[in-house]
Design a protein. Sequence first.
Length: 133
Amino acid sequence: MNCSYPKYLSNINPGETAGQVLGRIQVNTGATKKVYKGTTELASDEILATGMKIVISLNNQIAEYIVVVSGDINGNGIITATDLTRMKNHILGRTTLTNVELEAADLNNDGRITATELTKMKKYILGFNIQLH
């Protein structure tokens, strides 16, 4: 079953692997779960990044989910000053984030990107022991 609108799998922690996330997804017996970067399947020990896809299939029915790693706005799997700058520029109206980037930037899941998320991400990058979501 494919839908025309994207479905997101959000609130994934930076540094989580394909195996860790797939292990939390419960499916019916016989279903397969795989993670893809483009058309390449990820190994279970590879780090997830925003924009990757999780594909679940059973009996010729397929469900696809776009991976959203909290704070990983640029989709490289790590949270850096680049992500912080993209968020800041969006807040200031200099740029507009795509839908999946907005999902990654919305750290408190309230549908808005604010200075609160910007501050939280900055603290995370500086090494404060905080969860991004």
